[in-house]
Write a protein that binds this ligand. Structure first.
Ligand SMILES: *Cc1c(COP(=O)(O)O)cnc(C)c1O
Length: 516
């Protein structure tokens, strides 16, 4: 030991303490005493007992809109994210942003706005997998590796995911080639669409692994969860220099990057003269797990002039019922719709809103979440419900969704995907009910090329039953939008992942991949 090491330690301690005092901390929705810095919360993903990390307070946007209007997407991302991820240095955060929002996106705008009929479509599908999950999953791997470095984690990070299709591919694309990480995705061999399977098994990158299982999605997910909680396996992996992590949608490293595009959208509306600075702008979000709309809620809390938060559901309308009655009830039939990424009965991110309207009372929140776990149902108090006045919930049936696709196409020559169409249909209901013509931005969450079959059948029944790739060419002709690279690629790409296993073999497959 050096003589002055005590002094040095003292100095370091002072630095750390100062940082802890100044940094915005995150608290668990299920235990207020559990705190973490942003980087720790990103590394952990979930808090203990299933709690979610929430920022202690929502920071105010500190750049005026007229300045934001002149900024690129990347510059806007920095201005927003630095307020939430306060323990990242400027260099770290800018590094993450540059690596995420680059030529993987097929437009420099990253999230362009397209006006059609009486709405503004915020296109969040210009990334590697042509769906909005790319907005967060292209930056999460970099936030995660930066967080690991900051917290002295030396192990290589192994992302384990079970997927029913979309998230798996977006996570693979995000983590592919990112140093210090590996990603292993399990999917039900006979439970995803042919396009989804091709997208995954053709994934390039030496650190990517894709495995089909003989079983359904639930079995894949249960298998992954068991590996996460397997202490023996963790020990074995640690000895080999690995540790597990997840790319789950409740990670704040996915939530924070989603706030950015609402700020960007507002600034662009002002820049293009579509809205005057200060005018309210409604936001319409096709909702599943409640992550995307929660990001809009946080943007509003930051001071962005967002009007109504319009929550659009498909026929799995748990959220519509919740906003209407104050009762969240998952005890119902699970329906398969043409907007599969919204086929969800438990919207995990809603817990963050519940915690907030419960006055940040962790005990109250715990009680409700226990009821949800045990009986599948809870009811909020009238005081809590009163705080939901900023939200409007509605839903669209399958017919209404198809009609929205057809109408927007026939009327404006613009083709939207099934998820976006749910939002468009709900927005139409909102307009009819309220007569409110305030400008509205619709979060456009997937490219129509990703759901070609349903989209084309909605436009004209003659397309029903035709093979996906044939319809891709038809869609190009109708829309005049070039077939995205993500689709072109999988037509010809080589299948590189061929592993298939039984459910009980999953841990052995993982160990096999990680052998050095
Ligand atoms: C994930 C997803 C949604 C739902 O978003 P949440 O943040 O889970 O509410 C909507 N549309 C598409 C295309 C998605 O992939």
């Amino acid at each position: 030991m050096e003589i002055d090491s005590a002094e040095e330690n003292f100095y370091n301690y002072g630095e750390i303490k100062k940082r802890m005092d100044e940094d915005m901390l995150y608290r668990s929705t299920r235990n207020k005493e559990e705190k973490a810095t942003a980087s720790q919360a990103i590394l952990k993903g979930l808090a203990e007992n299933g709690g979610l990390f929430v920022p202690e307070q929502i920071p105010a946007l500190d750049v005026p809109v007229e300045k934001l209007a002149e900024m690129t997407y990347q510059e806007t991302a920095y201005e927003v994210m630095k307020l939430f991820l306060t323990d990242f240095t400027e260099e770290e955060l800018k590094g993450c942003i540059q690596k995420a929002y680059d030529a993987k996106f097929d437009t420099e705008a990253i999230a362009p706005i397209h006006k059609a009929q009486d709405a503004y479509y915020l296109e969040l599908f210009h990334g590697a997998t042509i769906a909005f999950k790319d907005m967060a999953l292209s930056i999460l791997p970099h936030l995660l590796t930066a967080s690991a470095r900051k917290n002295g984690v030396k192990n290589e990070i192994v992302i384990l995911t079970a997927t029913s299709g979309d998230t798996g591919k977006a996570a693979l694309a995000g983590f592919a080639g990112v140093k210090g990480t590996k990603i292993i995705v399990f999917y039900p061999k006979d439970g995803v669409s042919p396009i989804q399977e091709r997208q995954m098994v053709t994934q390039k990158g030496e650190n990517t692994f894709v495995v089909g299982i003989h079983g359904n999605f639930d079995q894949a997910q249960t298998g992954v969860k068991q590996m996460f909680s397997d202490k023996e396996l963790a020990k074995e992996l640690a000895a080999a220099g690995y540790q597990f992590s997840s790319a789950n949608s409740i990670n704040i490293g996915r939530l924070v990057p989603q706030i950015v595009y609402y700020v960007y959208a507002y600034a662009q509306m002002v820049k293009k003269g579509e809205a005057a600075n200060g005018d309210p702008m409604h936001v319409v979000v096709p909702t599943g797990n409640f992550g995307n709309i929660l990001a809009a809620f946080y943007a509003k809390q930051m001071g962005l002039p967002i009007g109504k938060l319009i929550c659009a559901s498909n026929e799995n309308k748990v959220l519509y019922d919740f906003f209407a009655t104050g009762i969240y009830d998952r005890n119902r039939e699970f329906l398969l719709t043409s907007s599969p990424s919204m086929d969800i009965l438990i919207s995990s991110n809603l817990e963050r809103l519940i915690y907030r309207i419960a006055g940040e009372d962790d005990q109250k929140n715990c009680a409700l979440m226990d009821q949800l776990k045990e009986g599948g149902r809870y009811e909020i108090t009238p005081e809590m419900k009163a705080q939901l006045a900023g939200f409007y919930g509605n839903y669209a049936t399958e017919e209404e969704t198809a009609a929205a696709i057809r109408e927007v196409y026939e009327d404006a020559g613009y083709i939207i995907d099934t998820h976006t169409a749910v939002a468009a249909a709900v927005y139409k209901k909102y307009r009819q009910e309220t007569g409110d013509s305030t400008k509205a931005v619709i979060a456009s969450t997937a490219s129509p090329y990703k759901f070609t079959r349903s989209v084309m059948a909605a436009i004209d029944r003659k397309y029903q039953g035709r093979p996906d790739f044939e319809l891709v060419d038809e869609l190009e002709k109708l829309s005049g939008v070039k077939v995205p690279k993500a689709i072109e690629e999988i037509r010809s790409a080589e299948v590189v992942h061929k592993t298939v296993c039984e459910v009980p073999e999953m841990p052995d497959v993982v160990k096999g991949f990680l052998k050095k």
